[in-house]
Design a protein around this ligand. Structure first.
Ligand code: CP
Ligand code: NVA
Length: 309
């Protein structure tokens, strides 16, 4: 099994994995979810160092670690010295001596990379301004459960070309999914990441950037959205609302998607902004299964990084 090679590695972005590793992680997550397989990591300790708010990532990592027989420590920066300016390289080297694995949610990807450089234990990206790899593992698991496959599925993401969009581009490309990102002109994803996704996709799948929301959802099986202003962008939230309004996932827009299309959202959602109450509560919405899958996908990831027998 190639995910055996992930022991001791970091997960700073989803494209650090190859497609076999993603496939095997998803298979492992399914086995863990079904209860057919139980893995035990007694006495292993996961540190959670989150500079931004979190419900799903924090709780799903915590429960996953408890269910593996391990423990967690919440390293809230408000009560640890790193929040008072202790350098990341010092904090990382000290945490390395206590913990077995560390998940960091922060702003700059370069700060996460500094943690990973100075801590030898596995470091997991629990969200940065650039990427959200753990989210995308759960999204791929949800798509696989709904359609029995990921390859060849058409997914359109509507809204801001943000961290979630970037990881969807890369994770989708790895798995042979056709990914379209539809955003207002000035809010497109980072062109370097789009190019990288295209390189990964090769001729296996299509990576598209669009501005017309109706054209972008025509016939697609997965419609995905996220908040229009991410954490750290709150000051521009009001300016963004009218710009993003045409990209709202609502009943009318969904009439252009496949009739059996599902709707995903990483959550938290702002009802009546990027998604209507009616759509998030409709039967095509799979957001609660998607949120549950965070726990199963991350349990598989923790097991792989801590080491599989
Ligand atoms: N989707 C997600 O990462 O949610 P939290 O911010 O609640 O962790
Ligand atoms: N793009 C959002 C995702 C939250 C899970 C943010 O970064 O705030």
């Amino acid at each position: 099994m190639s995910i055996k090679n992930l022991k001791g590695k970091d997960l700073l972005e989803v494209a650090a994995l190859n497609s076999d590793e993603v496939r095997e992680l998803l298979d492992l997550a399914e086995q863990l979810k079904s209860g057919k397989l139980k893995l035990t990591y007694n006495n292993k300790v996961l540190g959670l160092l989150f500079y931004k708010a979190s419900t799903r990532t924090r709780v799903s990592f915590s429960v996953a670690m408890y269910q593996l027989g391990g423990q967690i420590i919440d390293l809230n920066p408000n009560v640890t010295q790193v929040g008072r300016g202790e350098p990341i390289q010092d904090t990382a080297r000290v945490l390395d001596r206590y913990l077995d694995i560390l998940a960091v949610r922060t702003f700059k990807q370069t700060d996460l990379e500094t943690f990973a450089k100075y801590a030898e234990i596995p470091v997991i990206n629990a969200l940065t301004d650039s990427y959200h790899p753990c989210q995308i593992l759960a999204d791929l698991l949800t798509i696989k459960e709904c359609f029995g496959t990921i390859e060849g599925i058409n997914l359109t993401y509507l809204g801001d070309g943000n961290n979630v969009a970037h990881s969807l581009l890369l994770g989708g490309a790895l798995m042979g999914m056709n990914v379209c990102i539809a955003t207002p002109d000035r809010y497109q994803p980072n062109p370097e990441i789009v190019e990288r996704a295209r390189q990964i996709a090769g001729n296996k799948s299509k990576i598209a950037i669009a501005t017309d929301p109706i054209e972008a959802v025509k016939g697609v099986q997965v419609v995905y959205t996220d908040v229009w202003a991410s954490m750290g962008q709150e000051a521009s939230a009001d300016v963004r609302i009218p710009i993003f309004q045409p990209y709202q996932v609502n009943r009318q827009l969904l009439t252009h998607a496949d009739k059996d299309a599902i709707v995903l959202h990483c959550l938290p959602a702002h009802r009546e902004e990027e998604i209507t109450e009616e759509v998030i509560e409709a039967s095509q919405s799979r957001v609660w299964d998607q949120a549950e899958n965070r726990m199963h996908a991350q349990k598989a990831l923790l097991a792989a990084l801590l080491g599989l027998e």
